[in-house]
Structures are given as C-alpha cells and as structure tokens.
Write a protein that binds this ligand. Structure first.
Ligand code: NAP
Length: 498
C-alpha cells in the first residue's frame, strides 16, 4: 500500500544571508516542514553583515534588489548603501516570521550523509549536532578574504586590514591612505575616502572599465508615495530600461563580438575618454582587455573622484611593504598611515571549509578537486537531498542575485516534492546528466566575455569561467522545471504498491 500522507521533512539551511532567509521564508510559507537556519555569526545578513566599508553600495538598483514578495518603501536612493540593505534583510526576517528560526553561533564544520537512514548529520564548531533530511547550502560565495602574499605586510606600522574586515578604530581623516585593489570594492572605497584622506594612493594592478549609471536620492514625499502605492515600486522593479540593460548584458556575454557587447564597450570607452581629462591618467585607467571581462563596475562618480588632486593612481608593481609605507619595484616609496586591502576573495570556497561527505562517504572536496561546480548550479551527483543557492556555475553579473536565488528555490522545491510525498528517499542528478551539463557548460563558458582574456575571480584555477555561460532567459527556463529524466529518485520501499 502506498502511504500518500507525505512526510514532514526536516531542513537544515546553512547561512542566514539573503539566500538562507529566502529559504526559511519559503519553508515557513509552505508550513509542512521543520527547518532551522544555522548561522556562524551573531547577526544575519551574510555579505551585507561582513562588508561595511565606507562607500559600500549595491550596484543593483535598490528596488530591484529586494525579494519579489517584499517590496520596500524606505530606500533612500536609487542605489542603496550596504547598511540600508542589512536593515532591509533584518526587517524581512522579522516581518516574515523567520528571525526566531536562525540559530546563531552555529558554524557548520561537517555535513555527513547516512546511506542507511537517508539523512544528513550536521556538526558545528560549538560541538553541537543536528539531523536533517534536506540540506540547503546558502553559505554565500565571496566570504573568505584574499589576503595578498606581499612581502612585509606584517611589518607595516600603521593599520592594515582587508575591506571585509573593516577596522572601525582606524583613523582615516586627514591621513595618508593606501588602497590595494581596483575591483568593485577598491573603486567604491576610493570614492568614499578621497575626501577624508589627506592623500590617497590607489595601487591599481589592473584598471577597470566603468559603466556610468545614474544615482539620485528619494525624497520623503516619494517614500510616502511608495508606502501608499506598491505599484510605484513595481514600476521601478519592472522598469523596461533596467531590464533592457540586464538583457543586453546577459545576451551579450555569450558572444564577445555581439552588438550588445560592442555597445557596452563603447559606452565605457566614451565614459573614460569623455570624463578623464588628463591624458596620462586616462591611459593609466584604460584597460587592455574587453569590457565586462572582469566584473563590470557601475559608478556614477569614480572618474570624478580619481581626478582629485590628492589622489594618486600607482600602476607600478609593489615590491614590498615596509613599516612606513609601500615600496614599488622601481624604488618609489609611498608613505602611508593606513593600508586597506581591497584584494577580493577566495571565490572557490562556497560551503567549504566545512567537510561534506555524500553517498558512500564521497567527499565534496574530492568532487571539487578540479573546480567547484554543480548541476545547473543547484545539485550534485552523489550528494543526495543537497541543494545549493547561489552555488557554483550560477549566474553572476550586475543584476539581482535575489532574483536568481528565488528561481533556484522554485527549482529545488519541485525536486523536493517526491521526498515530501514519500515516494522517494532521495533525489540527486544522474552522473551522466551532470557530465553532459559540465561539458556543455565549459564549452560555452570559453566563448563568454569572461573568458576573453583577463584575470578575474570568475575564472576557476584552470582558467575556465565559473559563471553561467548562457543567457538570463536560458537560466530562467532551466529553473522553471527540472528535467526529471536527469535525476535519480531513490524509491522508497515503504511507499511501493504491494
Ligand atoms: P576583486 O574584484 O576580486 O578585485 C580585487 C582587486 O585586488 C583587483 O583589482 C586585483 O587586481 C587586486 N589584487 C589582488 N591581489 C593583489 C595583489 N597581490 N597585489 C595587487 N593587487 C591585487 O574583489 P572586490 O573588489 O572585493 O570585488 C569582488 C566582487 O564582489 C565583485 O566583483 C562583485 O561581484 C562583488 N562586489 C559587489 C559590489 C556591489 O556593488 N554589488 C561591491 C563590492 C563587491 P587584478 O585585477 O590585477 O587581479
């Protein structure tokens, strides 16, 4: 006899950032599961909790960087600050009733699948354990700071710290400040610090293409209008121009000579040439790689700020760091009081260093020996009932990762249905389907703009872009419904007709 009453699944959600909060809300709304969110820190917010450097701004318009079900009237500007975004996530977690499901101080150190019992055991650095039928790894991507291996870093007598480990005690006002790194973070830092510092030296190993974007503040009257009429917020979220830009970008990445990419490149080139007046500085800031090969930087102010008289762009190679400053290979010495390392993150970690072992003790570390990857960025063969949100090979770009996570949730929620009905004990992608996905993904990834000849955190250690290599629409289509024939559903003997 089939038992069709279904099972009340136990979910372990790892990480209380944007994606973990989403998972908790969706499960809360279903009302048919038990779940906990395990969070290593003592506050939710993920990347928006960790990063609080001056100038931190999301480069997705604020009204587009919200959950589809939780519009927010309170944004102060078109592009919002990191602090405001953190407030938003705290508000959502409270209002949608999942704040109390977060178990802080629970850093996951291990996830072990039990073949016999078909469930996961999680271990925590605090010595505790928990059991779950389903794991949702929402542990983020960029959360392990890349501390550069530069000789003498420890000898610096002033304060030196990574952008994601901001030192609130550091005195920046009227000081000589150095920033190493010119990714999104370094650029934002420069725009926020140059007016406070007496002198700012930007150590730029590679220049960046800059996409000009508008920025403006919302007035009290506008916020009041948003509160009264959510349609006004929807109009911004669904703004055809914003979506045209998203589509232009995601359509263009698949072919670096596409009209869309050439158009993006032309806008960036005109921005550089039309804004930076000094010819020497202009050439220092001109990249020698294609626009959007590294993550395209959106800024309304960088080129204005970098031309300030107290800013120096240093393009030489750093020889070493000394007690009083930074020595370049050509002998130039920059005396500094504070040194900020905007040197990015180890982008291949995901849930690691937690030890994850799947069926028959298969280790995730081994599975990812060549590169971190996942079937359609969500599931892994041999790791049953294990789902990733914003996992490897998912879309990246200057658009909302919330939207991506929502689509991934809808996909994995469908995969969990046979577990809920009790028809299957576990679900995982078939090895052949995964191998086929990897082959197609890698072939396509080589042809994307990200693989057009630059270094970036998008590339895996073999130089293959680890990003979604197809269009946004292809992603949306893939997430709309699983291809069930690509999945193995382990039958549940208890539910078989006799
Ligand atoms: P990043 O893009 O990886 O940039 C790191 C920078 O540090 C690069 O300029 C790199 O130079 C430089 N660098 C690294 N090691 C160095 C060394 N040993 N010596 C000299 N320079 C060194 O990191 P990020 O700026 O923190 O940004 C990472 C990602 O976070 C972004 O791409 C974006 O996805 C996200 N982010 C988003 C926002 C937002 O507005 N939404 C804001 C900040 C960050 P090379 O380029 O030469 O390697």
């Amino acid at each position: 006899m089939a038992d069709n009453e279904g099972r009340r699944l136990r979910y372990a959600i790892i990480g209380a950032g944007m994606a973990g909060i989403l998972a908790a809300i969706r499960l809360n709304q279903r009302g048919d599961a038990d779940f906990s969110v395990f969070e290593k820190a003592d506050r939710l917010g993920g990347t928006w909790r960790e990063n609080r450097y001056p100038g931190l701004t999301c480069d997705v318009p604020a009204h587009a960087y919200t959950y589809s079900f939780a519009p927010y009237a309170e944004w102060s500007a078109y592009y919002s600050s990191g602090a405001e975004i953190l407030t938003y996530f705290e508000w959502v977690a409270r209002e949608w009733g999942v704040a109390s499901s977060i178990r802080y101080g629970h850093e996951v150190t291990g996830c072990m699948w039990d073949d016999t019992r078909a469930c996961w055991t999680l271990t925590f650095s605090n010595g505790g354990q928990a059991e779950a039928d389903v794991v949702v790894a929402a542990s983020g991507v960029l959360h392990h700071p890349n501390i550069p291996d530069i000789e003498g870093l420890k000898d610096f007598s002033g304060k030196a710290f990574h952008s994601a480990q901001w030192d609130d005690e550091a005195d920046l006002d009227g000081k000589r400040v150095g920033i190493i790194g010119s990714g999104s973070t370094g650029i934002q830092l420069l725009t926020a610090l140059y007016e406070r510092a007496e002198k700012l030296v930007h150590f730029q190993r590679s220049p960046q293409w800059i996409m000009p974007v508008p920025q403006f503040e919302y007035s009290d009257a506008e916020r009041e209008a948003f509160r009264k009429d959510v349609g006004l917020i929807d109009a911004i979220r669904n703004d055809p121009e914003y979506w045209a830009n998203v589509m232009r970008f995601t359509d263009g990445i698949t072919d670096f000579d596409s009209p869309q990419m050439l158009q993006i490149e032309e806008i960036c080139r005109q921005n550089l040439e039309g804004t930076v007046k000094d010819a020497v500085l202009r050439e220092k800031l001109r990249p020698d790689y294609r626009a959007a090969c590294k993550r395209l930087i959106y800024s309304w102010q960088y080129y204005d700020c970098v031309q300030a008289p107290n800013v120096e762009v240093e393009t030489g190679r750093i020889a070493r760091i000394e007690a009083e400053g930074v020595r370049m290979e050509d002998g130039t010495f920059h005396e500094l009081d504070v040194l900020v390392l905007a040197t990015g993150f180890l982008a291949d970690r995901f849930i690691r260093p937690a030890v994850v072992s799947g069926r028959e003790g298969r280790l995730l570390d081994e599975f990812w020996a060549e590169r971190p990857t996942a079937y359609y960025a969500v599931t892994l063969p041999e790791f049953p009932n294990f789902f990733m949100l914003n996992g490897p090979t998912g879309p990246v770009g200057n658009f909302s990762l919330i939207d991506i996570a929502e689509r991934q949730w809808d996909y994995l929620d469908q995969l969990a249905e046979p577990l809920r009905t009790g028809d299957a004990r576990w679900v995982e992608p078939r090895a052949e389907a995964f191998a086929d996905y990897e082959e197609r993904r890698i072939e396509s990834a080589k042809k994307t703009i990200f693989g057009s000849g630059c270094s970036s955190w998008y590339l895996d250690k073999t130089g293959i872009p680890a990003t979604w290599p197809w269009t946004y629409q292809a992603f949306a289509d893939a997430m709309a419904a699983p291809v069930w024939s690509d999945y193995h559903l382990e039958p549940n003997p208890a539910n078989q007709e006799t």
